[in-house]
Design a protein. Structure first.
Length: 316
């Protein structure tokens, strides 16, 4: 009885579960042939560059173990960078370095590691330990994003990122993921980061959650996490919408970050975006997706600017 009542409440609020996401939106709108493009961050980056979508500068790609002997040489002159597996998921295998010298490298937490430890980490990436299918992988080394001043007061060490759900090329829901001490400076909700919903019409944060708890302030800085106006909001929506044009995926998650000098850059795209964004917004996806379906005019191919305008109209 109680479980049935809870399900009715969730259904009435338009909350979508995995079965509905997979059966009603991912399966009909995401052809399997498009998955390799988003399951490999290196392929996504190359597509984005061709589409004139900004991404973090790429310093090096390690594809074979023999390249590890020249790792220090490849990174000569680089003081800060990010190491990530091309086929990784959920933030696994990502290593942030904020400073380095000839002997040691420093992580955002202040912890240090040796170049030998970094070499071992990259070797584990190549072996596929972090890849989606356990296959051999590539290690990407990119520039470290510098946090935009707007988010400095609500970030613990790491870099916040912005997740946008895109359907039929139209952004339908967004949130910013704020690193905390519990998440070890990572913008990962499952590890303890805060998810703050963003109003698509205004780009202003509203409700926020950490785990299943609604929060009003950042647990480490004490600063409010609602009422923040996200910089470059129209451009972020445009970058997310362009993910559809890049990949042909009709239902996807687009992750972007805001660098203090470069502005918004695309991090990655996801063909199977999670559903925790509904908790952050205290709103269900189904209602938004149905409103878009009702407003959609078959046969037309709206421009990215028209799709962004529609997103902001439908959400207001």
């Amino acid at each position: 009885m109680i479980l049935a009542a809870v399900r009715r409440v969730l259904r009435d609020r338009g909350v979508m579960g995995l079965n509905a996401r997979n059966g009603l939106y991912i399966a009909p709108h995401n052809a399997r042939r498009h998955y390799p493009v988003v399951d490999n961050k290196l392929l996504t980056k190359r597509l984005a560059v061709r589409a004139n979508i900004p991404t973090p500068p790429l310093y090096a790609v390690i594809e074979a173990h023999h390249q590890l002997r020249k790792l220090r040489e490849l990174l000569a002159g680089r003081q800060a960078f990010v190491v990530k597996p091309a086929r990784g998921a959920a933030g696994n295998g990502i290593l942030l370095i904020t400073a380095c010298d000839r002997e040691r490298l420093t992580r955002p937490s202040g912890e240090t590691l040796t170049w030998e430890a970094l070499t071992h980490h990259v070797a584990s990436i190549l072996s596929g330990i972090h890849s989606l299918e356990g296959l051999e992988d590539q290690a990407m080394i990119e520039a470290l994003i510098q946090v935009d001043p707007v988010f400095e007061a609500v970030t613990y060490r790491g870099v916040p990122d912005i997740r946008i759900i895109v359907y039929r090329g139209v952004p339908v829901m967004g949130m910013v993921r704020l690193p905390t001490r519990r998440s070890d400076g990572r913008a990962n909700l499952h590890q303890g980061a805060i998810g703050a919903g963003i109003a698509l019409a205004t780009g202003i944060t509203g409700t926020a959650v950490q785990g299943r708890m609604v929060v009003s302030h950042h647990p480490d800085t004490g600063q409010p996490v609602s009422g923040i106006r996200v910089p470059h909001w129209p451009r972020i929506l445009e970058i997310a919408a362009l993910g559809y044009d890049m990949t042909g995926l009709g239902y996807l998650g687009a992750d972007a970050v805001i660098d203090r000098t470069r502005g918004p850059v695309l991090l990655e795209l996801n063909a199977r975006p999670g559903l925790a964004i509904q908790l952050a917004n205290q709103d269900g996806l189904r209602g938004r997706l149905r409103r878009l379906d009702a407003a959609w005019k078959p046969g037309l191919s709206p421009s990215v600017h028209e799709r962004v305008a529609l997103a902001r109209t439908l959400s207001s």
